[in-house]
Design a protein around this ligand. Sequence first.
Ligand code: HPA
Ligand SMILES: [Zn+2]
Length: 335
Amino acid sequence: MDLESYIRALPKAELHLHIEGSLEPEMMFALAQRNGVTLPWDSVEATRAAYAFSDLQSFLDLYYAGAAALIHERDFHELAMAYFARAHADGVVHAELFFDPQTHTERGIAFETVLDGLERACQEAQTRYGISSRLILCFLRHLSEDEGFATLEQALPHLGRIHGVGLDSSEKGHPPSKFTRLFARCRDLGLHVVAHAGEEGPPAYIVEALDLLQVERIDHGVRAAEDPALMARLAREQVPLTVCPLSNIKLCVFDRLEQHNLRQLLEAGLKVTINSDDPAYFGGYVGQNYLETAIALGLSRAQLKQLARNSLEASFVPEALRSPWLSVLDSLPTD
Ligand code: HPA
Ligand SMILES: [Zn+2]
């Protein structure tokens, strides 16, 4: 079996995917036209050409601008269905989707419009593709904790449809400690909790996310490698890291994929997973992330299998749901 087919055959979970980051320029333009929204670019080509980022903020500015094309329930549904089609083609059996309600409610879109469209797509993905999924509400960390509390208030009637919360947007200058009370409240409500940390921010932000927010997974976390004590802790506690290799290259966290530390983290015994983050902006969905990383870092098939296993084990699905996928994974060869 060639490498691409092998990667596709691995049953895998995607745990770090911003659904707004799967908005391809073609759909962005179609929606903008349908909704009478003016975008800052003239064409699909000009949009793609603008995707040359120097850091996280330079990406976020475009990502929030593109999200303005999303207005109606059906827009969110179409967006997520397009993602699920791609994920299915890549062998994804389970996906935990981040969504950013504040990006939309700030523009006057109702919280329910966003949630209804995404949830309808999640249900359809189950029947059409057999993909199970969960929705994780992300708080924008450049906004205040009080604004986060206001968003949580809007989410309260819908907690049966929201599985967890996360923390995204501009990392530097917005440490996890800013959201200690909000995350404590979310944990009290029985929500799962994750946070972006150690993408651009220092290892201390990872420690804060663990100790203050008590997160169950760290999104990105690649800067943990700068702190040996933290590395030892992450290995000992088997805290999953949702690493996004192509994102890290596009946002200049590493200069080249060959220099990415994913293999180092994996070989140090950390529970590393591979994910796509914002695939429409970063040049590849999850399968492409596995493939390019495998080639650049010379990952073995046993390591690829381990990465897929980690993704299933790090997901928020119950053991019983997970075990059939793990059996399929176990049956695949490693040579
Ligand atoms: O990679 C990311 N980092 C932080 N916030 C984000 N929001 C979408 N993508 C990202
Ligand atoms: Zn992310």
